[in-house]
Design a protein around this ligand. Structure first.
Ligand code: ADP
Ligand code: MG
Length: 248
């Protein structure tokens, strides 16, 4: 069963056709990789899934519901979370505070204070947030300021901010960009571990080692069009894919 369906999506920026009739179907529980050269339209496509951009034409359906014309926070409430290409965290807050904020936001849509100005359900949310920090191996740093983390740790923190919202669909835009090989391998293990088959994941990735370690299915985007799609083994030897990467 597919959880996300993208049908004939087009997006133009002035004279540039950034997405050109894109069709995509993401199976529930799968890790679906979207690969392709720089400027292929990968981030633009993800932006159409989270309400940051609206396609000029076409349809995006999540769990049978259209995502077009819905506000980003409503899409998030519906179960779609995204890890950005550049981590979006609260640098001046501690790690645990960074996780608790999206946990509250997801639960209530906004903070809810009782008569004593205490956030309701704080204890349970703190415990859940600590569990998630354990999952991403950041529990020892929970009281540090997020701004003081290394790049790899910041990305893990951002991932934790998504996980605390119990997403059904997790979108990862280049989750290992700028990481060392060791950090990349840690992230691969982490992504394999989290959610197992319960969280569907769409991963945009340059690093082929990451793609072939994680993906069940791969779609190749070039110049705004899906030029190939299939199992990792099918994509590996596909001459059209090699040509796109060589800029042929
Ligand atoms: P990718 O993520 O695959 O590297 P992008 O989706 O970021 O590619 O970009 C696809 C193309 O659209 C690029 O040529 C990029 O310069 C252009 N583009 C992306 N966002 C905008 C925007 N907001 N305005 C104008 N052009 C854009
Ligand atoms: Mg991009």
């Amino acid at each position: 069963m597919s959880i996300l369906q993208v049908t004939d999506v087009n997006k133009r920026f002035g004279g540039l056709q950034a997405l050109d009739n894109v069709n995509l179907e993401v199976e529930e529980g799968a890790v679906h990789a979207i690969i392709g050269p720089n400027g292929a339209g990968k981030s633009t496509l993800l932006n159409c899934f989270v309400g940051r951009l609206v396609p000029d034409t076409g349809a995006v359906t999540f769990n049978g519901r259209s995502l077009l014309g819905i506000k980003p926070h409503e899409i998030n409430q519906a179960g779609v979370s995204r890890v950005f290409q550049t981590p979006e965290i609260f640098e001046e807050l501690s790690l645990i505070e960074n996780i608790m904020i999206p946990a509250f936001a997801h639960r209530d849509g906004a903070f809810r204070l009782n008569a004593w100005n205490i956030v309701t359900g704080e204890k349970e949310i703190r415990e859940k947030s600590e569990h998630i920090l354990e999952d991403v191996d950041l529990i020892e740093k929970k009281d540090m300021l997020a701004g003081s983390l290394s790049r790899g740790d910041k990305r893990r923190l951002e991932l934790a901010m998504c996980l605390v919202q119990d997403p059904k669909l997790l979108l990862l835009d280049e989750p290992t960009a700028g990481m060392s090989r060791a950090d990349t391998n840690n992230t691969i293990d982490l992504l394999k571990r989290i959610g197992e088959r319960k969280i569907t994941k769409i991963v945009i990735e340059h690093d082929m080692h990451v793609v072939f370690s994680l993906a069940h299915k791969i779609s190749v985007l070039a110049q705004g069009t899906v030029i190939a799609e299939g199992l990792p083994a099918e994509i590996k030897g596909n001459p059209k894919v090699q040509e796109a990467y060589l800029g042929g």
